[in-house]
Design a protein around this ligand. Structure first.
Ligand SMILES: Cc1ncc(COP(=O)(O)O)c(C=O)c1O
Ligand SMILES: Nc1c(O)cccc1C(=O)C[C@H](N)C(=O)O
Length: 415
């Protein structure tokens, strides 16, 4: 495969025009949208408008006039379209961690009300740590007789569900390896054993089709700062299947989740639907940024977007093999395309140095301990030529041994 072939792929890319909607960093190849998505031009303009007009001039009246008060719902519905959820089940708020607390509490309450005596939250050792930390926090708070974390290997998750399992907590795409689990199969199997399922869609939403309703997921959470491009620390989302709305409750019972928040009554009465998952005042600037970033998904066919994401990864790996680098960088993402998320991860002794040297050359990937380098592909704005450029720089780094520079011998960055 040569540069002409790669350019040919760009010329027939159905999403080539979408790249124009993003304000991408100058002279950089950005392959880190799996950590922080790029900014859309519309977001920059929208934030200016919210700051200069709505906040500066309209101030308090904006809660009604500009519908600030309903942004969690309206943004939630836009996200719902991307994760296969019918209306009134998805809401935008807080962080994944906080939403996990609410989803876990709601699911455990449902299990408890069924009187099944189930107390196990089953998850995987390699899950993103915050997911596990949140279970540990709840467990300490309510006691192990109500909530006990059990960790198993990723490939054993389905088989380990039993009559003590209250909740299966699974992340669809593993943040380290990019391995995608079969969510539908997991949910069907967990349900047949009487367990509920919470899905973490951090690395799925906006990168691939998700079918929460069809899969019969119970609860789901996800962030908007990766493939949805909502910005650093952008609010997350939470999904609760409608069939649970009557039986669920969550203890972060702030006034935004009240049935009538502006009645200011002393007793908490939860709203009837997904709104009860809200807690406090939404951050309007952050909400507005997500709202406008989601415009880039209008009329996007998620199946086609997924196909491009898989193609980007395939071209990347093919070029890496063509450059005879496949033996030094060992692919730890699955070989089979349908088992992958939208990233490729490689194990490499000098992964940190390689990542830093690439960053020096304008290719932005990231490092995950102990020795993985991750390349994230965002099909809305990455081109095939991006992939070509990244591999060209990678070859040059290795040839010139830049990754062995003493500066990178010890890790000195946070992310
Ligand atoms: C799978 C997964 N879950 C959760 C998080 C973090 O969640 P929060 O929004 O609470 O920072 C991340 C990344 O930061 C993640 O990759
Ligand atoms: N959420 C992040 C942050 O606040 C700072 C730096 C990185 C992140 C991330 O999203 C990391 C990411 N979840 C990962 O897959 O490793």
């Amino acid at each position: 495969m040569n540069l002409t072939d790669v350019k040919e792929l760009d010329s027939i890319d159905p999403f080539a025009q979408h790249r124009e909607q993003f304000q991408l960093p100058v002279n950089k190849v950005y392959l880190d949208g799996n950590s922080l998505g790029a900014m859309t031009k519309a977001t920059s303009a929208r934030l200016q408008q919210v700051i200069q007009q709505q906040w500066s001039q309209d101030l308090i009246s904006s809660w009604n006039e500009h519908n600030w008060v309903n942004l969690p719902q309206s943004v939630g519905e836009k996200i719902a379209n991307l994760v296969g959820a019918q209306r009134e089940q998805t809401i935008c708020c807080d962080s994944i961690s906080v939403n996990l607390f609410k989803a876990l509490a709601a699911a455990l309450t449902i299990a408890q009300r069924q009187g099944s005596g189930r107390n196990i939250v089953l998850s995987t050792k390699d899950n993103f740590p915050t997911d596990l930390y949140m279970v540990q926090g709840i467990s300490q708070f309510v006691g192990e007789h109500r909530c006990q974390l059990k960790l198993v290997e990723e490939n054993e998750l389905e088989q380990q569900v039993d009559d003590k399992t209250a909740v299966v907590l699974a992340t669809e795409v593993n943040f380290r390896t990019g391995k995608r689990l079969n969510a539908k199969q997991l949910i069907t199997s967990a349900h047949s054993q009487g367990a509920l399922v919470i899905l973490d869609l951090a690395h799925s939403a906006g990168a691939m089709p998700v079918h929460l309703d069809d899969w019969e997921a119970d609860f789901a959470v996800g962030c908007t700062y990766k493939y949805l491009n909502g910005g650093p620390g952008a609010p997350a989302f939470i999904y609760a299947a409608k069939r649970h709305h009557k039986n669920m409750s969550q203890p972060l019972s702030g006034w935004f989740g009240h049935a009538r928040p502006f009645d200011f009554t002393p007793d908490y009465e939860p709203a009837t639907g997904i709104q009860q998952m809200l807690t406090g005042t939404p951050s309007i600037l952050a909400m507005a940024a997500v709202d406008s970033a989601l415009e880039a998904f209008e009329n996007v066919d998620m199946e086609k977007l997924r196909e491009k994401s898989l193609q980007l990864a395939e071209v990347f790996h093919q070029l890496l093999e063509d450059a005879a680098l496949g033996s030094c960088l060992q692919l730890i993402s699955p070989q089979q395309r349908e088992q992958r998320g939208s990233q490729l991860s490689y194990r490499y002794e000098h992964a940190y140095g390689l990542c830093q040297a690439l960053i020096q050359r304008g290719v932005i990937a990231d490092f995950r301990a102990p020795n993985y380098i991750r390349f994230g592909f965002t099909p809305l704005y990455n081109s095939f030529e991006d992939i070509w450029q990244a591999i060209e720089q990678l070859k040059q780094v290795i040839e010139a041994k830049e990754h062995l520079d003493p500066r990178w011998q010890s890790r000195n960055t946070v992310t």
